[in-house]
Design a protein around this ligand. Structure first.
Ligand code: NAP
Length: 276
């Protein structure tokens, strides 16, 4: 083997994969990689937002890195050979940091991001660019009034525009049902109920929940994926309006895989020189 080939092998050998996690896909990828080779170290990084997260196979670290520079330092110190950013499509901060750290260190980076949901016949979607815009739209939707509730499924960290002290006064007359994994931070204004639950959710369950709580409007981020999609079907069946917060753009210039199989294929291509 020539010295050039040796350098190539060294540069691309897959010893340690860092998965930026917090999603079902991140967990599935860690499971698949754990079965690849005992010589491959796999670390999943979690932000630490969920109190009892579902833990993936392989190594786990919890908490922020300290910005892009902190992440770059971690990649160097832990001799990471590839990063898969499998964070939630709305976790734009860590994705930007990953792109910057990868560019600075030369460590290959892939974004694993499930496709967004597609509107189909019968849907009554209102597309907005942010949760604040979603909150501003609600008073204009007749279905949000007349005793029914607005069903908020945007996650407990995004509740401020709907329930925070600075919310629009027009929202005071609406009633809300919040669904989140961990309890939202108090205080919550009157007229707000909470149901604690974690996906995947079933269509029967979502139908029952929308009816039981007399939901008039659903608010969701365009998270994509099957685990939380049944609420959209249930809303369509009941002809409910759905306010859909669109995704922030993925970091420019970074390859994107739509599913775990495509991410594994990308990693296999990086590992190939090591196997020959
Ligand atoms: P974010 O705004 O993009 O990130 C804020 C900061 O949190 C980052 O700068 C980083 O801190 C830390 N961080 C985020 N993800 C991390 C990870 N996987 N490992 C280590 N540090 C991480 O993130 P977010 O929207 O709050 O989401 C946090 C986590 O929850 C993500 O892992 C995401 O996959 C998951 N999640 C988010 C949503 C959502 O709707 N946003 C929904 C479901 C799950 P440092 O700068 O200190 O490194």
């Amino acid at each position: 083997m020539s010295s050039h080939e040796l350098r190539h092998t060294f540069r691309h050998a897959l010893r340690h994969v860092l998965i930026l996690g917090g999603t079902t896909e991140a967990r599935l990828l860690a499971t698949e990689l754990a079965a690849w080779s005992a010589a491959l170290r796999v670390t999943t990084s979690l932000a630490g937002r969920v109190e009892q997260p579902a833990l993936p196979d392989g190594g786990v670290r919890v908490g922020g890195f300290g910005g892009a520079d902190g992440l770059a330092a971690w990649l160097r110190a832990e001799r990471v050979s590839a990063v898969v950013d499998a964070t939630h499509p709305f976790a734009a901060g860590i994705s930007a940091n990953a792109a910057q750290a990868a560019a600075g260190t030369g460590v290959p980076l892939l974004v694993l991001r499930r496709p967004g949901w597609q509107q189909v016949a019968g849907d009554r979607w209102h597309l907005v660019a942010s949760v604040s815009q979603a909150a501003a739209l609600l008073p204009e939707l007749d279905s949000a009034e007349s005793g029914s509730r607005v069903f908020l499924t945007t996650g407990r960290k995004d509740l401020a525009p709907f329930t925070g002290p600075d919310r629009l006064p027009a929202l005071d007359r609406l009633r809300f049902l919040i669904r989140s994994v961990d309890p939202p931070e108090p205080p919550l204004p009157p007229g707000v109920d909470v149901v604690l639950d974690r996906g995947p959710f079933t269509l029967d369950g979502e139908r029952a929940l929308l009816r039981h709580h007399r939901i008039g409007v659903l608010v969701t981020k365009d998270s994509g994926g099957a685990a939380t999609a049944p609420k959209l079907t249930a809303a369509r069946e009941l002809s409910l309006p759905v306010v859909v917060v669109q995704r922030p753009p993925a970091p420019a210039g970074v390859p994107v895989a739509a599913d775990v199989a495509a991410a594994l294929a990308w990693l296999a291509r990086l590992a190939r020189p090591q196997l020959t």
